[in-house]
Design a protein around this ligand. Structure first.
Ligand SMILES: Cc1cc2nc3c(=O)[nH]c(=O)nc-3n(C[C@H](O)[C@H](O)[C@H](O)COP(=O)(O)OP(=O)(O)OC[C@H]3O[C@@H](n4cnc5c(N)ncnc54)[C@H](O)[C@@H]3O)c2cc1C
Length: 155
């Protein structure tokens, strides 16, 4: 069970309360994210990542891996994709998220037999966590465009 609220996570206050990150770093990080694409080191002190930042970055890696995954992966590639998800569920650096992930993998065996199947699988997995966190559902037909392009006004 979670002992912190969604609002806590959004504000990064959970990590702050647990004395895992300075409040000013959180506020600067948030402001900086609103203003810049990159992180000018002279402006923001680098801090240990919050649960929210780790989550967002992990999703970037996961969705990017699936977006560039082969259309017809061989057995070895399928095994590596599967092992990657299993390792993540063992090592993810947030115990609640790790539990969430390992329960999901048990309930929904990973679909890694094709690029399309893997993309949809990860999109649905992400949506189940979005639902839990009361975030909007993402349209899975847009997942490849979101992570590989073309996407909105992105170059
Ligand atoms: C495996 C895993 C388990 C997690 N478990 C928990 C948990 O149990 N509790 C918790 O508090 N946090 C958990 N998190 C973190 C949480 O999912 C978010 O990453 C975090 O709250 C930051 O959210 P965000 O609003 O920045 O966007 P994120 O949810 O990080 O999404 C980043 C971007 O991905 C895109 N996107 C959104 N949904 C989808 C989708 N379905 N498919 C494709 N693209 C999408 C959007 O463009 C979005 O801006 C987990 C993260 C991971 C990777």
């Amino acid at each position: 069970m979670f002992t912190f609220s969604f609002d806590d996570l959004i504000l990064g206050q959970y990590a702050y309360k647990q004395k895992k990150e300075c409040k000013s770093c959180q506020q600067l990080n948030t402001l900086q994210r609103l203003l810049f694409d990159d992180r000018p080191k002279s402006f923001v002190t680098e801090c240990p990542p919050t649960i929210t930042e780790i989550g967002r970055n992990t999703w970037s890696v996961l969705h990017s891996i699936s977006a560039y995954y082969p259309k017809n992966p061989n057995k070895e590639q399928q095994k590596q994709a599967l092992n990657f998800l299993i390792s993540l569920s063992e090592l993810y650096p947030c115990s609640k998220c790790r539990k969430h992930l390992s329960n999901y993998l048990k309930k929904h065996p990973p679909r890694v037999e094709s690029n399309k199947a893997f993309n949809i699988y990860l999109c649905q997995m992400h949506n189940s966590i979005n639902k839990y966190l009361k975030k909007p559902q993402f349209d899975c037909s847009q997942a490849t465009s979101r992570w590989k392009g073309p996407w909105k006004n992105c170059k």
